[in-house]
Design a binder for this molecule. Structure first.
Ligand SMILES: Nc1nc2c(c(=O)[nH]1)N[C@H]1C(S)=C(S)[C@@H](COP(=O)(O)O)O[C@H]1N2
Ligand SMILES: [Mo]
Length: 253
């Protein structure tokens, strides 16, 4: 007999093997269907366990190395290079879309909001993990100031790095989370890592930490946050660079 627990374990196994399966392929519809149902189960199981449950945190002694950089590590867009050349003094994070009070926040503005540190483990679908200390502003504090409309359901993160460059143009990295995860107490806009300013390779000047999710949800090089009631008009319709290429959108761990 297949119990609910078996289904949940199966879902976990499928999501762990996801990267290897999809790294070089986008086409297998049977696997895609398995992923779609695994994703529903992951959301259902996280809801059942409580979407507010905290990710595990670690002592300082568990930080054994710097966070291994992955994906984009050195954005080359002109606007990013201009900001970096001024040590990000002109950087502004825009909060826009379905909000009552759009925000434009400098790093100093963000640092003046409550700050929080946490030592957590980052899990990439490629099969590696790193424990690091992250410091930043809870996303909840920024959203509270922006006053989301009641109809808003998601935050879409637009990033400065072109993850794809081709003759037909550039694709800038984008990700999204729902407002339940946006208001989760460990969801941070992080400006520091291991007690130093966030390195360029790890997403300077500001990146997302969304601790109960796989690595690709942790958008680096944040440019803006757009609140919306639908992801349909972002990217290929899933509001996530990797979800639009076959990975799970929710990617809960
Ligand atoms: N803007 C942006 N964010 C990104 C990526 C990226 O390429 N661009 N890669 C993702 C992936 S797959 C992982 S594992 C983590 C890597 O973060 P790190 O470089 O700090 O280890 O960032 C995620 N966020
Ligand atoms: Mo990753």
């Amino acid at each position: 007999m297949i119990t609910r627990r078996h289904l949940l374990l199966g879902a976990a196994a499928a999501s762990l093997s996801g990267c290897k399966i999809f790294d070089n392929a986008t086409g297998d519809s049977a696997l895609h269907n398995l992923f779609a149902s695994a994703e529903d189960l992951t959301i259902a199981s996280q809801r059942a366990l409580g979407r507010d449950a905290l990710a595990r945190t670690y002592p300082e002694s568990d930080i054994r190395q710097g966070q291994r950089p992955n994906g984009s590590t050195d954005p080359s867009s002109a606007d990013f290079l201009d900001l970096a050349a001024q040590n990000f003094t002109d950087y502004r994070l825009e909060i826009k879309g379905m909000v009552q009070s759009p925000q434009s926040l400098s790093l100093a503005d963000l640092r003046a909001l409550p700050s929080q540190s946490q030592i957590t483990r980052h899990d990439c679908v490629e099969g590696w993990s790193c424990i690091a200390k992250w410091t930043g502003t809870p996303l909840a504090a920024v959203l509270t100031a922006a006053k989301p409309l009641k109809t808003a359901r998601y935050c879409v993160f637009d990033c400065y790095d072109a993850i794809e460059k081709s003759l037909s143009g550039e694709v800038f990295y984008y990700e999204s989370i729902d407002l339940i995860d946006a208001f989760h107490p460990q969801t941070l806009l992080a400006y520091a890592m291991n007690d130093a300013a966030l390195p360029t390779a790890n997403g300077a000047p500001l990146r997302l930490r969304v601790e109960r999710h796989l690595g690709y949800k942790h958008a680096k090089y944040l440019k803006s946050i757009t609140l919306t009631d639908s992801l349909a008009s972002y990217g290929a319709g899933k509001g996530s660079y990797w979800a639009d290429r076959g990975y799970e959108w929710y990617a809960g761990i």
